[in-house]
Design a binder for this molecule. Structure first.
Ligand SMILES: [Zn+2]
Length: 199
């Protein structure tokens, strides 16, 4: 039976249907600052996040930064695409949040995708839109988020849910509305006020 004859109803895109996650290649400095157990936990978390960034496949280098919470580098090396993400030392900072992993993966997507904006704030919007709410384990980094919402982010799944749904709307409206980021900030602040009771 061909796909077009398949009686199964259309279903939403399921990121689990895609190619296997990227193969991680840890740099020596990164490995020096992590136990095998931490590296394994890192890989497992990274796999769960990279499902939502299907443009990033093949090999990804994972290096160390002591100055940033995350860093994404991409380009061409020896004629082949080269992608590297850097994170703080695991033995001191623990695992990066899923959100930070997603944000850095989104930077690689930005660099590979024509027509996508390349700013930090847009990176936050697209990351929020792509990752399901239950994986948004911290507030966005560069977007304006009320302090009360930052403080209660983890305790209230409703904040992540609102952030995610509004980000999808913002991404959809972007072609017609250059102020989609400000729109998200305003609408999120209103929604967060209702969720946190203005506290
Ligand atoms: Zn960034």
């Amino acid at each position: 039976m061909s796909i077009s004859n398949c009686p199964e109803p259309a279903r939403p895109f399921d990121p689990r249907d895609v190619d296997p996650p990227p193969a991680l290649r840890f740099t020596k400095p990164f490995m020096k600052r992590a136990s095998p157990r931490l590296l394994q936990q890192f890989s497992s978390r990274f796999d769960s996040v990279s499902r939502y960034f299907t443009e990033v496949r093949g090999e990804v280098n994972i290096g160390l930064t002591t100055s940033y919470r995350g860093l994404a580098l991409s380009g061409v090396k020896g004629g082949a695409a080269f992608e590297k993400l850097c994170f703080p030392p695991l033995d001191r900072k623990g695992l990066p949040s899923r959100y930070v992993m997603g944000h850095e993966l989104m930077h690689i997507v930005q660099s590979k995708t024509e027509g996508l904006p390349g700013t930090e704030r847009s990176c936050d919007i697209f990351t929020l839109a792509r990752m399901p709410a239950d994986m948004l384990d911290q507030p966005p980094i560069y977007l304006r988020v009320p302090q009360s919402a930052r403080e209660r982010w983890i305790a209230s799944g409703a904040l992540a849910e609102a952030a995610h749904l509004l980000a999808i709307e913002a991404v959809v409206m972007r072609p017609d509305n250059a102020k989609y980021i400000c729109w998200w900030e305003k609408r999120f602040a209103e929604g967060a006020g209702r969720i946190t009771g203005g506290r």
